[in-house]
Structures are given as structure tokens and as C-alpha cells.
Design a protein around this ligand. Structure first.
Ligand code: HEM
Length: 331
């Protein structure tokens, strides 16, 4: 998933799975279920009635390998999306050592899992390697006439390994459904809508949560470079002395903005809060956070500002916090 601050959504939610990851996941899920059902039908005569329900034996036998290709394609894309985040880390080793706490729901005693915990990573790699075995053995079973007599052991091996790998994925699948749908409350919504609450992130994936907070609070590319603005105002006022007064005022505004920005960021850092990343300015505005600083900043603007503006600010500063609130909501 992209590492951008637009991962943070309004109302305290974060994006866990963007659209293409979700779509791909569901292609894998639905094709897997079809393969599972038809595969079980071919495996045992007791289960053949499943194939009858799915359109008959011939149709199931024809579609099974094609849907298998589809499934493998989705798993390969999953690899592209998620493999870099599925590497085994030091935290994962500690996670396995603390597994007894995990099974007792003692989340606070677990090392901080990242976007995926160690169990999810094992599940991912199990699905991935099993899908490769299923693909290779499946191709041999699809075109047995292509295998020369000398290589007939490949057919025997495939007849054995294909169902073994399939049974292995069934165990994986059942664990996956239990863990992601029933054990981690809120995870199912993440593969439907894409987002989770910050509470979910903090509870189940604290390492990922920390990463999101850090990235959100890190200076963005678009963060204004106040030092550069201040320097430019100084240079321009020597180059264009006739505009020195307005440039001096502009320089002063930049200094005040710079101070304000530092103060607000230090509060956000202290509180580990996320600045709103998207939405209109009005939606992003956290009045409680800004008001105490805004009053001081406006008072700092008064000295040296043009007379009408200074008068307006003085009048404005006389208002109560409630009046400020109303004013901000009205404008
Ligand atoms: C009806 C079938 C399925 C359901 C209901 C389902 C549900 C979910 C949910 C809720 C998540 C999000 C978990 C989280 O982020 O904490 C997830 C993630 C994932 N799913 Fe599925 N899934 C299904 C089938 C599959 C299949 C067939 C595969 C195998 C290719 C698969 C592979 C994954 C992987 C690798 C992840 C990310 C890591 C993880 O959460 O384990 N899923 N799935």
C-alpha cells in the first residue's frame, strides 16, 4: 500500500486496503472458493454432488483449471502488493515467542505488530507457496499427454502433491476466515470499505499505527518553507525599496506563521494526534487546538500592520471564545 498521508481519512479512520488491493483480494477469494468446491467434488465421490450443483461434472472439470489460472494471477498480484511488508522481522520473532499472550487476548503484552502480524505473514507465505505448487502440479494434470513416458514420475508426483497442497490451503483458509472475520473485530470492513478505525490500528497493529502517526506528523513536501519566504522578502525589499513597507509586513506575517506552525506541531507531537489530511479547510480545522495560538498570533500581527487592519484585529480580539467559534463557523 502506498505510504502517503492520504491514508488518514476523516473521522478518525485510516485506509488499510486501497480499492485495487480489495478487488484483487476478492478475486482471489471467490476463485479460491470455486476451486475449493469443485476440487472437493473431484477428490471424493461422496462430494461429487457439489459439482452437480455447480453446473455438472464436465463444466466443473473444464472451468477448474481456468479459474485456477485466475486464482494464481490474483495471488501473484497479492505478492506484488504485500510481499515487501510480509518479511520476517525481529518484532515477528518476539511475536511468536509471546504467542501465549496472543491466544489469551492479552494484546497489551504483545510486541507491536506492524501492518501485518507474524501470523498473517505466515498465512500469506503459505498461500503463496501453496499456490505455486498448485499451479505447477495443476498444469501437469491439465495436460498429462504432454508429459513423456520418461517423466511419468511428474504425473505421479502431481497426483499426490496437488491435493496435499489443496488440503494445506484449506487449513490456511479456515484459520484465515476465523482470524480475520471473527477474531479481529473491524478487519472484515477493511476488505469491504477499505478503512479501519484508529482504535483498530492501535489495538491490533500498534507498530503500523505508530508509523501512520509518524508519517502524518512528518513535514510534507507542501509544507511552506518559511525561512525561504523570509529571506526572499528581505532580498526583494532591497531590490524594490518602494515596496519595502509591504514586504516588511509580509516578512512579519511569515515569522508569525512559522512560530504558529511550530507550536501547533509540537502539540500534535505531544498528543500523538493526526492532523486531518483530507477534506475542506473547514473540516480540517481543529478550533480547540488552533484558538489558543491564533489569538496570540493575531496580537503579534498588530504592531506594524496597516492602521485599518490593526483596528479590525484589536476589535476582533476583544470577542469571547464563543464569538470566535461562531465567527469561524459562519465564515
Ligand atoms: C471468503 C473468503 C475470504 C474472506 C472472508 C477473507 C477475509 C479477509 C479479511 C477480513 C482480511 C483483512 C485482515 C486484516 O487486515 O487484518 C483479509 C486479508 C487477507 N486475505 Fe483474505 N479472505 C478470504 C479469502 C482469502 C483467500 C482465498 C486468500 C488467499 C489467497 C486470502 C488472502 C489474504 C491475505 C494474504 C490477506 C492479508 C493478510 C492477512 O490479513 O492475513 N484471503 N482477508
Amino acid at each position: 500500500m502506498s505510504e502517503h498521508a492520504d491514508q488518514i481519512l476523516p473521522h478518525g479512520r485510516v485506509l488499510r486496503y486501497p480499492f485495487w488491493e480489495r478487488l484483487n483480494h476478492w478475486i482471489a477469494a471467490f476463485s479460491y472458493i470455486y476451486l475449493l468446491l469443485t476440487g472437493l467434488a473431484f477428490w471424493s465421490p461422496w462430494l461429487f454432488s457439489i459439482a452437480v450443483l455447480l453446473g455438472g461434472g464436465q463444466i466443473s472439470r473444464t472451468l477448474h483449471p481456468w479459474v485456477g489460472l485466475f486464482f494464481f494471477y490474483a495471488v501473484a498480484r497479492m505478492y506484488g502488493y504485500w510481499a515487501p511488508q510480509m518479511k520476517n522481522t525481529e518484532v515477528d520473532k518476539q511475536w511468536w515467542r509471546s504467542i501465549s499472550h496472543y491466544v489469551q487476548n492479552e494484546d497489551d503484552k504483545m510486541p507491536p505488530a506492524g501492518r501485518y502480524n507474524a501470523g498473517q505473514k505466515v498465512l500469506f507465505w503459505s498461500f503463496f507457496y501453496a499456490a505455486i505448487v498448485l499451479l505447477l502440479t495443476g498444469i501437469v494434470l491439465w495436460f498429462p499427454e504432454w508429459i513423456s513416458w520418461n517423466l511419468r514420475w511428474l504425473r505421479y508426483l502431481s497426483v499426490f502433491l496437488h491435493p496435499v497442497a489443496a488440503l494445506f490451503t484449506i487449513a490456511n483458509f479456515l484459520i484465515h476466515i476465523y482470524m480475520s472475520v471473527f477474531a479481529e473485530r473491524g478487519a472484515f470492513g477493511s476488505v469491504i470499505r477499505g478503512d479501519v478505525t484508529l482504535h483498530f490500528a492501535k489495538r491490533y497493529h500498534p507498530g503500523w499505527y505508530e508509523e501512520i502517526v509518524r508519517r502524518a506528523n512528518a513535514p510534507r513536501k507542501m509544507t511552506p518553507n518559511y525561512d525561504a519566504r523570509i529571506r526572499r522578502a528581505e532580498v526583494l525589499s532591497t531590490t524594490y525599496p518602494f515596496a519595502a513597507e509591504i514586504l516588511a509586513f509580509y516578512r512579519r506575517i511569515c515569522v508569525i506563521q512559522q512560530k504558529l506552525s511550530k507550536e501547533i506541531h509540537s502539540v500534535l507531537d505531544r498528543q500523538s494526534r493526526l492532523p486531518a489530511a483530507i477534506g475542506t479547510l473547514r473540516e480540517q480545522m481543529d478550533l480547540e487546538l488552533v484558538l489558543p495560538f491564533a489569538k496570540q498570533a493575531l496580537s503579534d500581527v498588530v504592531p506594524g500592520s496597516p492602521e485599518p487592519l490593526a483596528l479590525y484585529i484589536k476589535e476582533f480580539l476583544r470577542g469571547s471564545a464563543e464569538r470566535w467559534q461562531c465567527h469561524c463557523n459562519d465564515t
